[in-house]
Design a protein around this ligand. Structure first.
Ligand SMILES: NC(=O)c1ccc[n+]([C@@H]2O[C@H](COP(=O)([O-])OP(=O)(O)OC[C@H]3O[C@@H](n4cnc5c(N)ncnc54)[C@H](O)[C@@H]3O)[C@@H](O)[C@H]2O)c1
Length: 378
């Protein structure tokens, strides 16, 4: 099993940890890590080596003879072209991955497992890297937002007078949203949250936040996910939620629909009605943004309101994020490997669901269509 150094800018995580390496070795694997791969997550070469990894100085020697490559980010076209022919790959691999990468994976006859495609069933919870990383993103979104607010979050009753707690609104109460609610509550804010899934109501309330009912008939999704709502629904939703947005100091948006553009919940007109000094942290920035003004990876100032569309917040907490991701990797690899060999049972829901390509054949329909059309899928 090869673990190369990540090359995407800002990516500070690693797919293994000193904790996970003995586990991987127990599956019969030799774990070969490129030197420096864990440095930014504070997993130093010596610690990885002491845990049982073989450290190698460069990418070619890391990949040489590998039957399985485990990474955080999807490979670039160049990295995909360097993978050993016929090897297996485990990493984040969204269905929106570029056809150029897919084409290389096909050419190299790669068998690729995608964390985005791991079915969200109880049996696969230990492999659910989307959840482990979303939860870190939700936590960090509140810290980032709080640090940019010109106010404090908790109630203060002092001789200098009483300061009211800040108001935080969380839009989308899935894994990231629930962690954002819990974090904002711990910091003493008054928290409200909204979601289109009725099941979210009880979860929001159990965290001590108020659920903002929008009294609209939402389309129910499948597998615990939301489904895409009509434009009429979203327009009405924006009207109903506008006052809650205006009164909030910090808005954290996490609303997403798998495989679709994120719904726009905050228009630029609504941002103009917000109080100066307010902050929006848009966790949906990479899929189009929940705020109309969001620009992925950037900070936008609009009439005294700060809109943060920063990408990849989990990578800004690299030690914890890698610790959790490494466990997810070990759980998925443990499911696929028996006595050092890849043993794939396509009758198994986890193996079949998470396998995007098998021996160079694209199994995922969206990815297949994208390669056939020569452009990225929606
Ligand atoms: N193993 C499991 O069983 C498992 C694992 C992880 C998550 N889940 C469940 O899956 C669900 C979604 O998880 P996620 O966080 O990955 O979701 P996600 O990232 O796809 O979406 C985030 C949230 O946005 C919400 N949303 C979508 N459109 C919206 C709109 N127009 N307005 C407001 N909110 C909107 C969704 O309902 C969801 O709660 C949750 O119920 C979660 O508990 C189950």
């Amino acid at each position: 099993m090869a673990v190369p150094r990540e090359t995407v800018e800002g990516e500070r995580r690693i797919a293994v940890s000193p904790d996970s390496i003995p586990r991987l070795k127990a599956f019969g694997l030799e774990v070969c890590v490129q030197t420096g791969a864990g440095a930014e997550a504070n997993y130093l070469d010596a610690a990885l080596e002491a845990a049982g990894a073989t450290m190698v100085p460069d990418l070619p020697s890391c990949l040489e003879g590998a039957g399985l490559v485990c990474k955080v980010q999807p490979p670039s076209p160049e990295e995909a072209a360097a993978l050993p022919e016929g090897s297996a790959l485990v990493c984040f691999l969204p269905t929106s991955i570029s056809p150029a990468v897919l084409t290389q994976l096909v050419r190299r006859r790669i068998t690729a497992f995608s964390f985005e495609l791991v079915p969200r069933i109880s049996r696969a919870q230990a492999m659910d890297a989307l959840s482990s990383q979303a939860s870190i993103g939700g936590y960090k979104a509140v810290l980032v937002g709080a640090s940019r607010l010109p106010k404090i979050l908790p109630l203060q009753m002092t001789a200098a007078g009483t300061v009211a707690p800040a108001r935080v609104l969380v839009m989308g109460a899935g894994v990231a949203g629930l962690q954002a609610i819990a974090t904002a509550r711990r910091l003493g804010a008054v928290v409200e949250a909204t979601d289109v899934r009725s099941a979210a109501k009880e979860e929001v309330r159990s965290l001590g936040a108020t659920f903002v009912e929008i009294e609209l008939e939402a389309q129910e999704g499948e597998g615990g996910y939301a489904s895409e709502q009509s434009e009429e629904f979203l327009t009405r939703q924006r009207e109903l939620i506008a006052q809650r947005v205006e009164e909030s100091d910090l808005v954290v948006t996490t609303a997403a629909v798998p495989g679709r553009r994120a719904p726009v919940l905050i228009t630029k007109e609504l941002v103009a009605r917000m109080k100066p000094g307010s902050v929006i942290v848009d966790l949906a920035a990479d899929t189009g943004g929940n705020c109309e003004l969001t620009r992925p990876g950037e900070e936008v100032q609009a009439g005294g309101v700060t809109v943060l569309g920063w990408s990849n917040l989990p990578a800004t907490v690299p030690t914890t994020a890698s610790q959790m991701l490494a466990r997810n990797v070990a759980a998925l690899v443990g499911h696929l490997v028996k006595e050092g060999e890849l043993v794939l049972d396509f009758d198994d829901e986890i193996t079949s669901g998470s396998c995007a390509l098998h021996a160079g054949e694209i199994r995922n329909q969206l990815m297949r269509e994208a390669v056939e059309a020569g452009s990225p899928p929606k």
